[in-house]
Write a new protein. Structure first.
Length: 318
């Protein structure tokens, strides 16, 4: 047992020495790059890829390869690995270079199965290395990087009811893990709801009287990228509600409170107006105006009211 442990320890030491030696060779070779590419080093001097005190910091050789021919004749030969231009590596191969260091992070564990590599999108399509400030990593600029491809979402996020991306209070990565996810649409959590609950915890429940669409998927009613309707609803109520629920009958009258026959006097051919001192709150004004169905059914995300009397809480009344 002691002999085996000693052999293992010796092997690890040799690997460490070899690794250190190779790192020293790479660092020395990379210094030769600065004779021509000094501006790149200056542009990224404050980035995470330029921390000299960190042993994990990559060198030019780490990403671009040894590039011996290029170093000997820069005008005729190109570096072994290029990430832009006509001679750039394919997206998958370019990303593999980045993943040599970055795949150890659990946030990138599902990269291979995500939608981006399947669409031939690589790390370099979103990230820039030779800069001090990567636009894809800053909340104030990240969404612009995403919107370069996701045009529909750019339009939606400019609508009146939206998340505060434009103000820099949120970024696409607050909801999506662009490097791969087990959830739908690259959601950060395993479900859309769990992702929403990271901020909207009050909607999580469990409730004594649950509303089935709420427990199934928030996106049934809401468009999380923005809407022209308050609450980021896909359709205004009661049309939204009537997609599942049979609407109340209110004298076959329309939505406008000023329409004849809604309030007294009665319209021609109408016995009584739809709303009188004796009618209940179930009328065209409450159903179609204001907050519509939510004028009465205020607890649409679920109710914990234990009351058994009418109006009963399973109908999402307060």
């Amino acid at each position: 047992m002691r002999i085996r442990n000693a052999v293992v320890a010796l092997g690890l030491c040799l690997c460490g020495l070899v690794g250190s030696a190779w790192a020293a060779v790479d660092a020395q070779a990379s210094k030769a790059c600065l004779q021509c590419h000094e501006e790149n080093a200056e542009n990224m001097a404050k980035s995470a890829h330029s921390v000299a005190a960190d042993a994990r910091t990559p060198t030019c050789v780490s990403c671009h390869g040894a590039s011996g021919k290029h170093a000997g004749n820069p005008t005729e030969a190109k570096p072994d690995r290029l990430f832009s231009g006509k001679s750039a590596l394919p997206a998958a191969d370019a990303s593999a270079v980045c993943l040599d260091c970055h795949e150890k992070d659990t946030k990138r564990a599902l990269w291979a199965a995500s939608a981006h590599p399947a669409a031939d999108v690589g790390c370099g399509n979103c990230h820039k290395v030779h800069v001090n400030r990567d636009r894809a990593l800053a909340k104030t600029t990240q969404s612009e990087v995403c919107f370069a491809c996701h045009k529909e979402q750019r339009t939606q996020i400019s609508k009146p009811s939206r998340h505060p991306l434009a103000e820099g209070k949120m970024a696409c990565s607050d909801c999506h893990n662009v490097h791969g996810s087990a959830g739908p649409k690259l959601a950060r959590r395993d479900t859309t709801n769990d992702t929403c609950y990271t901020c909207h915890a009050e909607k999580r429940g469990p409730f004594a009287h649950a509303h089935e669409p709420v427990t199934e998927d928030c996106a049934i009613c809401h468009n999380p990228h923005g809407s022209a309707i308050p609450g980021m609803l896909k359709v205004r109520a009661p049309i939204l509600c009537n997609q599942c629920h049979t609407p109340h009958v209110t004298g076959e009258l329309g939505a406008v409170g000023g329409q004849r026959g809604v309030f007294p006097p009665a319209a021609p051919g109408q016995g009584t107006p739809a709303i009188t001192s004796g009618t209940t709150g179930k009328n065209v004004v409450n159903i179609w105006q204001g907050r519509s169905c939510m004028n009465c059914h205020t607890q649409v995300h679920g109710s914990n009211n234990p009351s058994a009397t009418n109006p009963t809480p399973q109908f999402m009344f307060r």
